[in-house]
Design a protein around this ligand. Sequence first.
Ligand code: FES
Length: 106
Amino acid sequence: VTLKITDREGTKHEIQAPTDMAMNLMEVVRSYELAPEGTIGVCGGMAMCASCQCYINSDNELPPMSDDEEAMLSEAFDVQVNSRLGCQIQVTPEMEGLELELAPES
Ligand code: FES
C-alpha cells in the first residue's frame, strides 16, 4: 500500500509498504530510515516508550487501541486526539493512502 509519511523535519515521503510481512508502521518508518536510528522504536515495539508516536491525518480504518497503547499514550508528550503508537498498527490493505506524521522526538 502507499503510505504518506511526514517526517520530523516536515518532509513528506510517499512510500510503498508491504501488507504481507506483518510489518507495523514503526518498522516501516525504520526500514525507510525516515527517522534517525535510536529515535524511533526504542522499546522494540512493546508499547512502552512512545518513540513511535504518530498523528494519523487521514480517515483510514485502523485497529482499535489496546489498553497498553492507551496507557502509554496517556503518559506521552505531545499527544493529540489523532495520536497512535506506530508499533501497534500492523500494515493492512485498508491503509491505502494513509497519511501519518511522526510526533516530535520525546
Ligand atoms: Fe515503543 Fe512503539 S516502539 S511504544
